[in-house]
Structure formats: C-alpha cells, structure tokens
Design a protein around this ligand. Structure first.
Ligand code: CAA
Length: 381
C-alpha cells in the first residue's frame, strides 16, 4: 500500500490548492451571500483542466486519474462548496457517463467541449416523485418516426439553470420497470426545454439548481446515451462515481470547518489563555482532525479502486456516508468553538454548517448509502 501521491497527483494538488486559496476563497462569502453562480471561477477551472479531470486527453479532458480528481475537489470545496459541486457534477455526472456510454461521434460532439469546459453539463434523474426511488421515472420518451418525443419534469437539477447540455433520464416502457429507462444527451437549448427559477437553498447558494420542464421535446436517435432500456444502469453506475465526488466535497467542507476552528481557537482567549489550551476545545479539534483524515482515506480508497478498475460501489457509498457525516459534525463543532461568533455571517463557519447539510442528501441520501452498503454486505461482497 502506497500513501505517497505520484508526481502528477501532487502537481494537481498544488495547482488546485493555489487556485482555491488565491482565487476561490476570497470570493466564497460573497458568492454565498449573493447566491451568485461563479462563472469566472468555472472559466478558470476550465483553463486549469478541472472540468474533465479523468477524461482522456483525446476527448478534451486532462487524462488524469480519480485520485487527482478527489485531491482537486477537496481543495476547491475547502474554499467554496458551491464551486466544488459545479465541478463535481460536470466531471462525475456528465463527462463520466458520456465517456463510458457514448459513441465516438457523440464524444466528438459533446464530450470534447464538456471536458474542456467550453460547455457545462447537468444530470437530470430526480423528479418531483422520483428522488430516492430513482426507478420511478415519470418523464416519458415516446418513439416517434426515427426519433423521440419527451415530456416530464425534473427536480433539484444542479447546474440546471446554467447548463448547456443535460444527461437526461426518461421512461420509455413503464411495464418494463427499471429496464424501461433510457438516457439521452439533451442540448438545453432544444425547443420545449425550460428551466424554473433557481431553488432558494439553505446552503451551496452559489450552485444554481432548478426544475427542468420538458414539453414535447424532440430528439433524434443520435441523442441516445447507451442503449434503449439501459438508462438505469447508466444512472446507477454514474452515481457510484458521483458519490466519490460528493465525498470529496464533504471532505473539503469538513477541513474548512477544522482549519477555521483551529485558527480561531489559537487566537481567541478566555480565562487568561487561548481557548485551544482548554481541553474542552482541544479535544473537539482532535476528534475533528481524526475524522477528517478517516474520511479522506475512505474517499481516496474509493477513487483508487475506480482507477484500478476494481469494484468500488460499496466503498464509494461508505466514503460519501462517512464524509458527509463528518462534514456536518465538524461544522457543528466549529460553530460551538466560535461561540457567538460562529452564529453570525461575519465568520465563515455558519456557511460551512449550511453547506454541509446537502452532502447528506444529494447523489443518494445517507439512508440510501446505507441501503447500498448493506446490499453489498448481504451479497457477501
Ligand atoms: N451499477 C450498475 N447497475 C446497478 C447498480 C450500480 N451501482 N445498482 C443497481 N444496478 C442495477 C441492478 O443490478 C439491477 O439490474 P438487473 O435488474 O439487471 O439485475 C437494477 O439496477 C435494479 O437494481 P435495484 O433493484 O437495486 O434497484 P432499486 O430500484 O431497488 O434502487 C437504489 C436502488 C440504490 C435505491 C437507487 O434507486 C438509488 O441509488 N437511489 C438514489 C438515487 C440518487 O442517488 N439520486 C441522486 C440524484 S442525482 C443528484 O443528486 C445530482 C446533484 O444534483 C448533485
């Protein structure tokens, strides 16, 4: 077992850290306060090759591995969790399934601009009545001539209001259950596609999400992603990788909470000494640091398994389950360490607290992660 990053991985880490600290962090509070999509940071991430990190260079990506992706995601999310999830969705939920399931012609047309950041993507699986029960898709795709007509509504679609391209899931044969689900590559400018107003959210307020309404949207067969009826497998296998990205985002939020709390505890004095010298505070920091490390190891293990073409679904679910739990606990403890200052927007930890919550919900709630993990255990895996 080798815990030493490669030269390439270290280079990504250093580039991401420098970018996050000098360009992202100074804007994080304003992005949150203004609920602003950080278009200029997305552009910079494209220039740095962070929007298609694990996509082969042939298809416009950086040709790196998923360990590098985790390292970069942690750094960027440590600075701004909203910017982190914009990056994560484009990498894990858009570029990854197109890379794995699209034809070469589709990769030429869609993956090249998405992985290089000329276009931004979103992933539309969730619906008003299909959240955790992803197979209960109500958006219909009906065969019409040599193409398809799509109708339905998608919910909480991260990047929805700012995306150019959508990986869309539809039901084309209800009787077939999950085997009746089909995926498409949908250009967001297609006639009949409309996005609702951006969701007004507790946290990650710089990440725009919305409903997507699909009214008689016509797509030709060359927009099919994978085979007809293969959509549920496209979605589930994509979410396995997505959960590594969200684990890394949660890890970044947890580290932000730890680092901010430690810095504060070193300068804030009570009863004649810095509060870090009070054991009640020092032990909180020790627990936070230990849990952040454990979350990082779980997340890197899942990424390493994916890079080495080994099964990683259970490990990705474990990483997301644990890292999101750690992010929430660390943010809560950080507020406690800041005391009254933790409860006001002048300091960053209330933002970490609000940003952390979503990591227990999207790309599969913590309850779904437990379902996935226990499913593997029941099969002896
Ligand atoms: N990879 C490939 N195939 C898989 C798979 C995987 N990880 N998991 C399941 N499958 C296959 C199974 O093998 C099975 O195939 P067969 O019938 O051919 O054997 C089929 O899918 C059905 O499997 P299940 O019976 O286990 O499926 P289920 O209906 O019981 O659902 C679930 C399982 C885990 C609960 C799933 O519905 C799920 O993951 N739900 C959560 C959905 C989710 O994460 N949504 C997030 C939305 S995206 C988002 O949040 C993005 C964002 O905004 C940032």
């Amino acid at each position: 077992m080798d815990f030493q990053p490669t030269e390439d991985q270290l280079a990504v880490l250093n580039t991401a850290r420098e970018f996050a600290q000098s360009e992202v962090l100074p804007k994080a509070a304003e992005i949150d306060r203004e609920h602003r999509h950080p278009a200029e940071l997305v552009k910079r991430m494209a220039e740095l090759g962070f929007l298609g990190i694990a996509v082969p260079e042939q298809w416009g990506g950086s040709g790196l591995d998923h360990v590098s992706y985790v390292l970069a995601m942690e750094e960027i999310s440590r600075a701004c969790a909203s910017t982190g999830v914009i990056m994560s969705v484009n990498n894990s939920l858009v570029c990854d399934p197109i890379n794995r399931f699209a034809t070469d012609a589709q990769k030429e047309k869609w993956l090249k601009p998405l992985a290089s950041g000329q276009l931004l993507g979103c992933f539309a699986l969730s619906e008003p009545e299909a959240g955790s029960d992803a197979a209960a898709q109500k958006t219909t795709a009906e065969k019409s001539g040599d193409g398809w007509v799509i109708n339905g509504t998608k919910n909480w679609i991260t990047n929805g209001p700012v995306a150019d391209v959508c990986v869309l899931f539809t039901m084309n044969d209800k009787a077939a259950g999950h085997k009746g689900i089909t995926a498409f590559i949908l250009p967001m400018k297609t006639k009949g596609v409309r996005t609702g107003p951006p969701d007004d959210k507790l946290g990650i307020r710089g990440s725009k999400s919305s409903q997507i309404y699909l009214d008689d949207v016509k797509l030709s067969n060359d927009h099919l992603l994978g085979e007809v009826g293969q959509g549920f497998k496209v979605a589930m296998s994509t979410l396995d990788g997505g959960r590594i990205g969200i684990a890394a985002q949660a890890l970044g939020i947890a580290r932000a909470a730890l680092e901010d709390a430690l810095a504060y505890a070193q300068q804030r004095r009570t009863m004649g000494k810095p509060i870090v010298q009070h054991q009640a505070i020092a032990f909180k920091l020790a627990d936070m640091a230990t849990e952040v490390d454990a979350a990082r190891l779980l997340t890197l293990r899942a990424a390493w398994l994916k890079d080495h073409k080994k099964p990683y679904g259970k490990e990705a679910a474990m990483a997301k389950l644990y890292a999101s739990d750690v992010a929430n606990r660390a943010a809560r403890e950080a507020i406690q360490i800041f005391g009254g200052n933790g409860y006001v927007t002048e300091f960053p930890v209330e933002r970490h607290f609000r940003d952390a919550k979503i990591t227990e919900i999207y790309e599969g709630t913590s309850e779904i992660q437990r379902l996935v993990i226990s499913g593997y255990l029941a099969k002896g895996q």
